[in-house]
Ligand binder design. Structure first.
Ligand SMILES: *Cc1c(COP(=O)(O)O)cnc(C)c1O
Length: 819
């Protein structure tokens, strides 16, 4: 059935990302067409999973599609001009059924933190609904507002815009009554001509608010409010606060070692609060929250007791290895339904371990009655392959019957779980640990995680996704993408990275050696995988795991044929990839081989060729342009010749990361992305478009003051001309911290200060001069990351980022996180 009116169905879940499906029968899917995605491609998959309601875009419908849909029993299609607009309209309609006060937050930074802190500070005072995580976009906002229920009596939604003209749509959906403008920075500048344009666009969220909270130290914000907002919203009450300029609330920050005092005077009288932060950004964010709470007339004594429990926000979910061969998904930050649904989805995607376990606390602040809440949780768990469920808290224990999992355990509190549960029975599980803050689930994580040698490589999975999308945009959607995950995914951790890539539907993975491919298969990766160095004695195991070898010489081709011919009839045979040597002179068929190769292809139709490829030797450097063009010409000639023999289409690919940027005209059927995914733009031209993926951190084991004339480290190399403060770090050349960084050739960041190494790097330790920094024993320092980019470090010691990444030692624990 196809109709053009989308009905208002407040009980249903709205879905825009087909991969995040949880309760199909109860879902309305919005097929959205974007630059990279087309939701219409997933309708069949969703229908097969049980989804029946689809909002589709008129221009995507062909007569063939309409015909096909007629045969989908029970499916309902709502045909609209623009599904995003339909989603927004639906959310706006939903919003119009509620009269509760709604707070809208926008600004360049801090939106999500201010929102999360307000939610925490209002626990017990109000029943709050808020945007999950940072759902603040044209799609995120309607999905957030859709969570409004009659039980709520306060709502907090954040709105972000990256392009002019986006905000009015969000204003109509959120309809805020109170506003917070957090601050103005340089983030997302690209879509806007000027900072003023960015401010004026953001202010459009507040055209109908009664009160607006902002920091008037941002003079441009104040003046734009006077100039633009007041004329369209004459009744507006501005609630300005400032530390430096005049404002209706005067604020003073007095920072100590670990806490700060914030003093207020003016509009709401005199108050002072102690907060567990000292950095400027946190102080600004918490002050926005405090002003808002005073505006809401929350008792200051109540606020103070809640402030003490506040922690810096880490909204991210971490994936790391645990004891008993477990894998932990640490998502102990918050526990609402939306967050639970996302975390379960993430758990479901992890294939590294054969079993799955969920440890869940009571869910606070859902706005639902307990029976409905647990029915919903039951639904979310329903079709997931979860072996063990552990519920912690009085409410969840009471509703144990609603949990549809075979093996369940319930405990009153975290203490009881830690005392009683036999941890060993979680062996070989991926364990989702998700609990409301009050349950202190970090204690569970602490018990289960591997005790790390204090040096970790943090991998930001969102940055991986961001970088992948950047390259996908460069190549467009007619060219496929193979991602190179050789050498432990450039040191980042192959199965975890591969699982993100599989989720993001890349076309191929590439590895160097069979073992790397086998490891991927054993951790549940099903994408096609090309193996570059496959010796004949590995062909059988490659076949067993359906890994596709690169064939690069007459000898390897002959061996492959011999291998295939000996297989019993009807055996499955992996496809192969032919490598042509067009100038690298490493592996590959040379021009003289091609006549022979063509004949062999003709004679052996049973050998399926997936692709033919070659590799540029100097894609990143302009001086080699003529040679790169020549390589392309040679490649083209070779493939044209060989394709006469195949009789079917073969993928052709030439470009690596640098090639994608510098030779887009040679992208052909597929590209092979490597270092760019991991955050280094090899040509240097578009580095700012990529996000840092890896952050290598070490810990300060000891600090000492050393007198002038003394030396530091082996061979007395670190000579002190003046007295200095020396910190010993838990990282050495065995962890991949190259010896060439010694004696001042390398730096680390210590609490915001760049500190040079002193003396030789040792096997397990490094000494740095922290005379200029503020630090304590136990502090973490950044050895490589945003502040110390890999390309800069590499330059300092005359190597390339590839070597630094892949050199990071095995004993350095990898911890993965995402928002
Ligand atoms: C490693 C590799 C790549 C990726 O190279 P980057 O420079 O990391 O993008 C591409 N193709 C082949 C054959 C490779 O070995």
């Amino acid at each position: 059935m196809i109709t053009d009116k989308v009905p208002y169905f407040p009980q249903k879940r709205l879905l825009t990302d087909s991969r995040l499906i949880s309760t199909p029968e109860n879902t309305v899917f919005f097929a959205i067409r974007g630059e990279r995605h087309d939701g219409h491609r997933f309708l069949r998959e969703l229908y097969d999973k049980g989804v029946r309601d689809f909002v589709v875009q008129s221009s995507a419908l062909t007569p063939a599609l309409r015909k096909e849909w007629e045969s989908w029993a029970g499916a309902r299609f709502y045909e609209v001009k623009n599904p995003v607009e339909a989603l927004q309209k639906l959310a706006a309609e939903h919003r119009s059924h509620f009269t509760l006060p709604v707070l809208g937050i926008t600004g360049s930074n801090g939106k999500t933190i201010v929102k999360e802190w307000l939610v925490q500070l209002l626990v017990g005072a109000k029943n709050v609904v808020a945007s999950p995580k940072s759902y603040n976009s044209q799609i995120g906002v309607p999905l957030s507002v859709w969570n409004l229920r009659q039980e709520h009596n306060f709502a907090v939604f954040e709105a972000g815009v990256s392009l002019p003209l986006e905000m009015p749509a969000l204003q109509r959906i959120i309809e805020p009554e109170i506003g917070i403008f957090t601050n103005i920075g340089s983030a997302h500048d690209e879509g806007f001509k000027t900072r003023l344009q960015k401010i004026s666009e953001k202010l459009k969220l507040f055209t109908k608010v009664k009160q607006l909270i902002f920091r008037s130290d941002y003079r441009e914000v104040s003046s734009e409010i006077d100039l633009l907002l007041k004329p369209v919203n004459p009744a507006l009450e501005v609630i300005s606060w400032a530390t430096e300029t005049e404002a209706s609330i005067q604020v003073t920050f007095i920072s100590g070692d670990a806490t700060s005092e914030i003093r207020f005077s003016g509009r709401y009288g005199h108050h002072h609060f102690v907060v567990p932060f000292t950095d400027d950004a946190s102080l600004e964010n918490i002050t926005h929250c405090l002003v808002c709470l005073l505006l809401l007339k929350i008792d200051p004594a109540y606020i103070q007791t809640h402030l003490e429990k506040l922690r810096p926000v880490s909204m991210r979910l971490e994936l790391k290895e645990g004891i008993f061969n477990t894998y932990l998904i640490d998502d102990t930050y918050n526990c609402d339904l939306q967050g639970l649904s996302m975390a379960l989805n993430f758990l479901n995607r992890q294939t590294q371990r054969p079993h799955k376990t969920v440890i869940l606390s009571d869910v606070l602040q859902s706005g639902l009655k307990p029976d409905d809440l647990f029915a919903t949780i039951g639904q979310l768990l329903q079709n997931l392959p979860i072996d063990t469920f552990i519920g912690i808290g009085p409410e969840i224990s009471k509703h144990r019957d609603a949990i549809p999992v075979g093996r369940t355990y319930f405990y009153r509190d975290t203490e009881e779980f830690l005392d009683r549960h036999i941890i060993g029975d979680l062996t070989n599980s991926t364990i989702l640990i998700k609990g409301a803050r009050a349950f202190s689930f970090e204690r569970i994580v602490n018990r289960l995680q591997q005790k790390t040698h204090n040096t970790v490589l943090e991998i930001n999975l969102d940055a991986i996704t961001h970088n992948l999308h950047f390259y996908k945009r460069q190549i467009g959607n007619t060219t496929k993408i193979m991602v190179m995950v050789k050498a432990f995914a450039y040191g980042s951790g192959s199965s975890e990275i591969a699982s993100v890539l599989q989720f993001n539907r890349v076309d191929y993975l590439g590895v160097a050696y069979p073992d790397e491919g086998i490891a991927l298969r054993q951790s549940g990766i099903t994408l096609p995988v090309m193996v570059m160095n496959a010796m004949p004695n590995t062909y059988e195991v490659l076949r067993h795991y359906n890994l596709e070898p690169e064939i690069f010489s007459r000898k390897s081709m002959q061996e492959w044929i011999n291998f295939v011919e000996k297989l019993p009839a009807g055996s499955s045979i992996p496809q192969i990839h032919l490598k042509l040597d067009t100038g690298m002179h490493r592996l590959g068929f040379v021009e003289e081989d091609l006549e022979w190769l063509k004949q062999v292809i003709t004679d052996h139709p049973e050998i399926r060729i997936a692709s033919i490829f070659s590799h540029l030797v100097g894609a990143d450097e302009g001086v080699h342009n003529p040679f790169s063009h020549l390589q392309y010409e040679r490649f083209r000639k070779g493939t044209d010749f060989l394709e006469q023999a195949t009789g079917y289409v073969v993928l052709k690919h030439l470009l690596n990361s640098a090639g994608i940027i510098r030779f887009p005209e040679y992208k052909m059927d597929m590209v092979r992305l490597g270092i760019g995914l991991y955050g280094v733009e090899a040509t240097g031209q578009k580095q700012e478009k990529l996000q840092t993926v890896g952050t290598l951190r070490a810990t300060i084991s000891q600090i000492k003051s050393v007198a002038a004339g003394e030396t530091v480290g082996y061979s007395r190399k670190g000579v002190l001309d003046a007295p200095a403060v020396i910190a010993t770090l838990s990282i050495g050349y065995a962890d991949g911290y190259d010896r060439r960084f010694g004696n001042g050739n390398g730096w680390v960041w210590v609490n915001g200060t760049k500190c040079p190494t002193i003396g030789n790097i040792c096997m397990d330790m490094t000494m740095v001069d922290i005379t200029q920094a503020k630090a304590r024993e136990g502090d973490q320092v950044v050895v490589m990351g945003e502040e110390l980019p890999a390309w800069q470090l590499a330059e300092a010691i005359g190597t390339i980022p590839y070597e630094l990444f892949t050199g990071i030692g095995e004993r350095v624990k990898r911890v993965f996180h995402k928002e």
